[in-house]
Design a protein around this ligand. Structure first.
Ligand code: AMP
Ligand code: ZN
Length: 113
């Protein structure tokens, strides 16, 4: 498997990991777009939002819960933060392994596109 996020999850390549459990792992983005920029992924290789199955609903719910907890732990929850998921080419997705971006620590742009 040459997926870069699978390789971070399995420890084959290093990542600045801030959280992990049996299903989910979170690490700092290598090219941060904000003072806080974390990536939250499932350990399981799901290529994109578009590939989600109904049976993945609880997993995605847990990913959001982990993101919210990290926002608190990293001190951005009070002022505000953004969760974003890019899907597919026109959605701006570069890494084909489902991930949530957690951005915070500055006033974010009001433009989403
Ligand atoms: P996306 O465009 O939504 O697919 O976002 C992919 C994100 O992964 C980008 O923000 C990249 O900076 C980040 N990224 C790519 N490779 C790595 C890596 N090895 N470690 C941490 N973040 C990475
Ligand atoms: Zn993967």
């Amino acid at each position: 498997m040459d997926c870069i996020f699978c390789q971070i999850a399995s420890g084959k390549i290093p990542g600045d990991i801030v959280y992990q459990d049996q299903e989910i792992i979170a690490f700092r983005d290598i090219n941060p777009k904000a003072p806080l920029h974390l990536i939250i992924i499932p350990r399981k290789h799901i290529p994109s939002l578009d590939q989600l199955k109904e049976s993945d609903a609880a997993l995605v719910g847990r990913m959001v819960a982990v993101a919210n907890r990290l926002a608190k732990d990293e001190g951005v929850a009070e002022k505000g933060y953004r969760l974003a998921v890019n899907c597919g080419t026109e959605g701006g997705q570069l890494v084909p392994h489902l991930h949530i971006h957690l951005l915070g620590g500055r006033q974010l742009s009001d433009s989403l596109g």
